[in-house]
Structures are given as C-alpha cells and as structure tokens.
Design a protein around this ligand. Structure first.
Ligand SMILES: [Zn+2]
Length: 434
C-alpha cells in the first residue's frame, strides 16, 4: 500500500509539472508511470465508483457521445468522472483517475479507444458499453474492421453483466451482439444530403449487402441476401430532422431531443447517448438539460472569430468524418479553405483515405486553397484530382506560416474554413493561443 501511495504522489506531481510545461496537452505520461509501478491502479480506483460506469467506443463520435452522456449524468447532481480531454487509452484513463483520486465518484464515463477496450476491461468493471460504429479506419493499426470487432467482443465477454448498446444500422457491429444487448437506430432523416457514391458493403459471408435505406457510408437498413445478417430491430428509434443550426431527434415518437450540434453524425451521437441514458433510467427532462449544457470539444465544428474574421475549424481523420464535415460546410460556403495534414505516428502514416473522401464537393470552388503540414504536397495532388486548379493552391508545409497567410488572406466578410488532422490541429491550437 505504501508503494501505491508514493507512486500516486509522484504521478500527481508529474501532472502538476506537465501542466506548467505543456498547458494545452492532455497527457498519459503520469498514468503510464502509475500503471507501470502499480498495475492494479485502475482496478483499485475504479472500485471506488459508487454508482455506474459507462464506456463509449467506436471509430467515429465517441468523444461527442461520451460528452453527451457525461453532461446528462452531471444533471442528476451526482459527481461524474469523465476523460473529456480525449486521452482514451488505458494510460490516459489512469491519468484521469489520478486527477480525481481524492474525490468521491458517483458515475464514471469513459471514452475508450476501440483497440484498447480489452486491455481496459481487464482491470475495470463496466455497467454499460455504447458502441457508435466501426469504420475501416487506420487499418494498418487494427488489421481490418471485423478483427477489430472480434477484439471488442473479447472485451465484452470479460464483463458478464455488461449492457451493450449498439447502433442497429452498422453491419460491422453485429458480431458484438450478446444476450444483454439493446439497439438504437434511425428511422427517417429529413434534409439529409445524399452522398455522391457508395462503396459496396460486403457481408462477413462475402455477399454484397442490400440496403433498403442508406443514411451515410455503410450505415443504414441492410440485409444479406445469402446469410442471416440484417439490421436488428431497434429498441430506440430516432427520427431525425437536420436543420441549419440545430438538430432534432424524436425518439420512439415520444420524446423530442435537440442539440445545437449539426449534421447526421451528431444526430447519431445524440441518439446513442440518449438511448444509453434512457436505458440507465434517466428521465427525459434531465437528458434534455444535459444536452443543452454540452459544449462541443475543440476541433469538432467550432465556429469563432480571429482578428474579427470568421473561422470554422474541423478535425479530419478518416473519410467518413470528413465527408460528413464537408457536407455541412458546403451549406456554409467558405470563402477561404485551409487544409492541413501530417503523417506522424499519432496521425497514422497511411493517407490513402484522402482518396475515399469526397473532396470533389469542392470542384467548383474558385478561391484560394491553403495547404499545409508534412503532407501539403499530397493534399495538393488530391485537390487537383478533385478538379481544382494548381494556380489556386498556396502550399506551405510550415503550419505557423501557412496559418498567418490564411488569416491575412481572409477578409472580414469572408469565412475561413480549416480542416486539420490530429497533430496539425494541436499545432494550430498552440499557435492560436499565442
Ligand atoms: Zn451474409
């Protein structure tokens, strides 16, 4: 026990030290140290949770979905622990426990990286697991979407009483179904923007899935003509109305929930969070109050002003999220476009996903496009393929220089749209703070 307390004190000092050295960065270093010295740390701390533990995983939307759930639980008046800085691997989660280890915790809401859930569940007992979706994202790391599903299923099997809350519209989640699973799904979508082209979706048996409704990417109502795979009946059915500056989701024709986040993928996030909260017995009034309080996390469609110029910033990391973002942005019609891409290990070195992304939406775009990051030239090539002209490009791999140019080039009447991947966004954040 003595070793445990000493390690905890050292880790906490590390947190304080890092706050001074790198104030913007959420870090997993103290958690890494703590779990190295005391591998039972997460287990010990999580046993102190008085009420329920909620985990959220999936390729897209886990930050927003877990953010919604935490905001809803917060409205119950109980104390909620939530790894909201997005440090979603076990060491980051350990840091989060360290930061809160002296306070009583009622509810725990954890966003968890899909590839790390098994590792987390070896030390943490969870009551609810909400899965948003699985996309073939960063496949070099995960080795295919179905092997990833298998890995999540193994994690689920470590928790015999776990209630699993799944997106009924995602065929990739079918392998996760247990005896204790409920599904949420979308019934109808008003004002959805059709995608340009769909990639055929292949069932686990090798047959092409047939869709009666397809909302985006491989998400929809599907059925395999050969085997039994088909979208499950949802306990929570959301009818979605997409408006310009807010989104409504009517659940089971009974409750209407609203959020000022826009776009279909946020409607799905809301539906996932609301279904989880209803399943946990939270009242619809409290749910709506929580949704109202939820503040968007930096980088996920943020609108603000810099030097009196309108700026919209969006994190891009894979084709689906980017396509959804582009759809939203198309309605806004940006005056200047600023796209940044790095290929560091944190971003993933495979950038072939750029070619699964509908940058063709910008083909009639006539204004300047500022391209930056280590992969600025590859971005230029991609935009050229999309039909834009080389004369439109301002290529500057240095993020700071490119940012200065972008702000200068945007007039007060214009809107600067920034699309940035993970590490370029972090760089931008630092530059903007200064
Ligand atoms: Zn099949």
């Amino acid at each position: 026990m003595k070793k445990y307390e000493i390690a905890k004190s050292i880790s906490k000092l590390m947190i304080k030290g890092l706050k001074i050295v790198r104030p913007q960065a959420g870090t997993s270093l103290p958690g890494h140290f703590m779990t190295k010295v005391c591998p039972e740390f997460i287990k010990t701390e999580s046993q102190k949770i008085k009420n329920k533990t909620f985990c959220v995983t999936g390729t897209n939307g886990k930050t927003t979905t877990s953010g919604f759930i935490a905001a809803i639980l917060d409205e119950t008046g109980e104390r909620v622990l939530h790894n909201k800085k997005g440090a979603n691997m076990p060491q980051g989660i350990a840091t989060c426990f360290l930061q809160n280890s002296e306070k009583p915790i009622d509810y725990c809401v954890l966003e968890c990286d899909e590839a790390w859930l098994f590792s987390l569940y070896k030390s943490l007992k969870s009551d609810y697991l909400t899965v948003t979706n699985l996309f073939p994202d960063q496949t070099e790391r995960y080795g295919g979407v179905y092997s990833l599903a298998e890995k999540i299923k193994k994690a689920i099997d470590l928790n015999p009483d776990l209630k699993v809350i799944l997106n009924a519209n995602d065929p990739h989640l079918l392998p996760l179904e247990t005896n204790n699973t409920v599904f949420y799904g979308v019934g109808t979508v008003q004002n959805n923007i059709e995608e340009l082209n769909y990639i055929p979706e292949i069932c686990t048996c090798g047959e092409e899935l047939k869709y009666t409704k397809r909302f985006y990417a491989h998400i929809g109502e599907f059925k395999c003509p050969k085997c039994k795979n088909q979208s499950r009946n949802a306990k929570y059915v959301g009818n979605i109305i997409l408006n310009d500056d807010y989104t409504e989701v009517i659940v089971n024709n009974k409750y209407t929930f609203k959020t000022n986040l826009t776009g279909l993928y946020n409607a799905y996030n809301l539906l996932a969070a609301v279904s989880t909260a209803l399943e946990a017995g939270i009242s619809s009034d409290i749910i709506q109050r929580g949704l109202d309080k939820y503040k968007n996390v930096f980088g996920r469609i943020d609108k603000f002003q810099i030097n009196e110029k309108n700026v919209i910033i969006q994190l891009i990391k894979n084709p689906v999220g980017t396509n959804q973002a582009i759809k939203l942005i198309k309605d806004i019609t940006p005056s200047k476009l600023f796209v940044l891409l790095n290929d560091t290990p944190a971003d993933g070195s495979d950038i072939s996903w750029l070619y699964d992304t509908d940058f063709e939406y910008f083909k009639d775009y006539k204004s300047e496009v500022i391209l930056s990051g280590t992969k600025a030239n590859e971005l230029a090539l991609r935009f050229k393929h999309a039909g834009l002209k080389e004369e439109q490009f301002f290529i500057e791999p240095n993020v700071k220089k490119a940012y200065k140019h972008a702000i200068k080039a945007t007039s007060k009447e214009e809107t600067l749209l920034i699309l940035a991947n993970f590490t370029t966004l972090a760089e931008l954040k630092d530059i903007m703070k200064k």
